[in-house]
Design a protein around this ligand. Structure first.
Ligand code: ZN
Length: 72
């Protein structure tokens, strides 16, 4: 089973829960404050893929930093 990360909307606590694929936040509660307003936190690396830039990555490794992509 994968480990999912959730964020409590009440206190901002981030915590991880071992769940089956496709599980939701139903029934989960914050281990810190007990609040049930929790939302799934998505991994940040999944959202860093450039789209529509039209330029090929110079190093061929999308997740690699420092390959001269124009960001400093
Ligand atoms: Zn909380």
């Amino acid at each position: 089973m994968p480990l999912y990360e959730y964020v409590c909307q009440q206190c901002g606590k981030r915590f991880e829960v071992l769940q089956r694929v496709g599980a939701t936040a139903d029934g989960l509660s914050c281990p810190s404050c007990g609040g049930q307003e929790v939302t799934k936190a998505f991994s940040t690396f999944a959202s860093s893929v450039p789209t529509g830039s039209g330029a090929a990555l110079p190093c061929g490794k999308p997740s690699s930093a420092g390959c001269g992509g124009g960001f400093t």
